[in-house]
Design a protein around this ligand. Structure first.
Ligand SMILES: Cc1cc2nc3c(=O)[nH]c(=O)nc-3n(C[C@H](O)[C@H](O)[C@H](O)COP(=O)(O)OP(=O)(O)OC[C@H]3O[C@@H](n4cnc5c(N)ncnc54)[C@H](O)[C@@H]3O)c2cc1C
Length: 377
């Protein structure tokens, strides 16, 4: 841990204690986080971590982002809060890496400054796992694309000012997909529905529709029909990020459970005086340590330029298995209190359930890893 990383960790922890923790339950109940939070996070230099300075970021690499996210969870942020506040982490990287200077100026910089909110729209009602099968079309007409289709489960889609949208510009399969930036307010683009969910309550989620939406051709990100490759490249970082969500909420749930077990008495003694309880806490700790250590190792290899597509799948699976077990046991150790709305471990338990599905379902990642590791027929 360098002095710079330690300072980043301290800033993030302090930010959560001051700007997030006191209000999080209200945002959970309201179903979204306020725009002012984005501005406040940007002011602290937190929104742009790991984005290059040339596009308005703070610089640094994936390990900086991992360190910052760990600090957020340690101080009590939820997985839903992170999804809502850092949606730029999935909406912007393609534009930052391959977009024109104009797209960078209009969408990346203001989002990293907390002034705009962006979403990434890949998933459609017909399916999210099979990215190569998307059906939303973008037909070129002169200097414009005409977009038709529907996207669903889009994080921050209610609040977003723009959406980095996967569209079909070419033939069937992965080679016919492009990325287009579509602005809210463009005629024919509508937020059809706000989706209510089991968890991630403070993260708004939308269904979006596009009916003959005319988008300037200059909003194409990178070359036409390179969208699938761009999406796949960013999946590694997204999956490592979701792994951090998983062991982050698990570690926080463990800390809360251990504290509870020290103070809660049953049969005339603290819960922690029971060997079976202590062993459970140690098992929770073991799973968190393994998930954190492996995920950090994969993130470090990614920073060094190694291809870690398979390892990112393994890290996400390891961490979400850890979260499923640890968050469940944290509720168990809290007894009835753990089942109550507003108890923090209850929130992490519900939030954990999206992690084996979003950003690539466990089964799909296992299949991808099997192919990459040479276990396919
Ligand atoms: C809260 C939330 C936020 C989200 N945010 C976004 C977002 O911002 N942008 C975006 O584009 N998408 C987003 N998603 C979509 C998410 O990425 C998809 O839900 C996910 O990719 C799975 O797609 P699906 O739901 O269509 O499930 P399907 O593809 O229909 O799969 C259903 C289930 O079938 C199993 N399965 C699928 N394929 C296989 C296979 N080949 N072999 C074995 N089993 C298989 C898995 O268990 C999977 O969970 C979000 C989803 C949620 C719930």
């Amino acid at each position: 841990m360098t002095a710079e990383l330690q300072a980043l960790r301290d800033t993030a922890r302090e930010f959560v204690r001051r700007e997030v923790a006191p209000y999080l339950q209200d945002w959970e109940d309201a179903g979204s986080v306020p725009r002012e939070l984005h501005l406040a996070a940007a002011k602290q230099g937190l929104l742009g971590v790991s984005f290059p300075e040339e596009v308005g970021g703070q610089g640094g690499g994936l390990l900086d982002s991992v360190t910052m996210q760990e600090a957020f969870f340690e101080a009590g942020a939820s997985s839903g809060l992170m999804a809502a506040l850092f949606t730029g982490g999935i909406a912007l990287p393609h534009i930052a890496a391959n977009g024109s200077p104009d797209l960078v100026d209009r969408f990346v910089r203001p989002t990293l400054a907390g002034e705009k909110i962006g979403s990434l729209a890949v998933t459609e009602p017909g399916g999210g796992s099979d990215v190569a099968g998307i059906r939303t079309t973008a037909r070129r007409e002169g200097d414009e694309y005409v977009v038709n289709g529907t996207k669903t489960f889009i994080t921050s889609g209610i609040r977003a000012d723009f959406v980095t949208t996967a569209v079909r510009t070419g033939g069937q399969g992965h080679a016919g997909i492009s990325l287009l930036v579509i602005e809210k307010g463009t005629p024919g683009f509508a937020v059809d529905r706000a989706l209510t969910k089991m968890g991630w309550h403070c993260s708004d989620t939308a269904e979006l529709s596009f009916v003959d939406v005319r988008v300037p051709a200059t909003h194409l990100v990178g070359e036409e029909n390179t969208g699938f490759v761009q999406i796949a490249e960013q999946f590694v970082v997204e999956r490592i990020g979701l792994a951090v969500h998983a062991y982050g909420i698990a570690d926080r749930s463990l800390a809360l459970a251990a504290d509870y077990c020290r103070h809660r008495e049953t049969f005339g003694k603290p819960l922690i005086a029971n060997q079976v309880v202590r062993h459970k806490l140690v098992e929770m700790r073991r799973q968190v340590e393994v998930a954190r250590t492996y995920t950090r190792a994969v993130a470090a290899r990614h920073e060094e330029g190694e291809n870690v597509i398979a390892e990112a799948c393994l890290a996400k699976q390891t961490a979400v298995d850890c979260a499923s077990y640890v968050c469940d046991q944290a509720v168990q150790l809290h007894g009835g209190a753990g089942y109550l709305h507003g108890t923090e471990v209850e929130r992490h338990y519900r939030d954990a359930r999206i992690l084996p599905i979003g950003g690539g379902a466990n089964e799909v990642l296992a299949d991808l890893a099997a192919r990459l590791l040479g276990y396919a027929s």
